[in-house]
Ligand binder design. Structure first.
Ligand code: ADP
Length: 163
């Protein structure tokens, strides 16, 4: 069965909306197979965002490292059919302002690229609450980085009978 990595970023933890967001995934029948709270060090964040420098440049990567290091995050692995695409659909677009209502980023923020890039504010990145693996290759890399095999569990949910 397919798996994906989700991270509730420091803004989500500090806004105390983790439960509401996790509930959205549980409601559609996705299964949590591993979960933990950690404060990612800068080199760990860089390993996680291994291609961001190439895709967005060094400034975005540095901002992201500051963002992720602002406090603890909650990371979990979700399992389900087509879970990578399903979760990305629920998360929305990178920029919360462009994410439609109903998506997590669209429902919880109106952050724009413009504000994230404004040097006159203390904002360090596009604060957008949540990370979700983009594709199968990233999911494999990210799950192996964040979780050991012994931290991932196998069990049956009632959803598996009905959804
Ligand atoms: P996503 O998280 O939607 O998959 P990316 O992997 O492209 O997006 O980027 C990783 C993270 O970097 C984003 O979630 C966002 O927090 C931040 N980010 C992306 N682009 C920018 C940008 N132009 N300026 C500031 N931060 C950015």
């Amino acid at each position: 069965m397919e798996r994906t990595l989700v991270i509730l970023k420091p803004d989500t933890v500090q806004r105390q909306v983790c439960g509401e967001i996790i509930t959205r995934f549980e409601k559609v029948g996705l299964k949590i197979v591993g979960i933990k709270m950690i404060r990612p060090a800068s080199d760990f964040a860089e390993k996680h965002y291994y291609d961001v420098k190439e895709r967005h440049g060094e400034k975005v990567l540095n901002g992201l490292k500051e963002y992720l290091g602002m406090g603890p995050v909650i990371a979990f692995v979700l399992e389900g059919p087509s879970v990578i695409e399903q979760v990305r659909k629920m998360v929305g677009k990178t920029e919360p302002f462009s994410s439609p209502p109903g998506t997590i980023r669209g429902d919880y923020s109106n952050m724009t690229y413009k504000r994230a890039d404004d040097p006159t504010t203390p904002i360090k990145s596009v604060y957008n609450l949540i990370h979700a693996s983009a594709n199968e290759k990233d999911a494999e890399h990210e799950i192996n980085l964040w979780f050991s095999d012994s931290e991932l569990w196998s069990y049956q949910t009632v959803h598996e009978l009905f959804i």
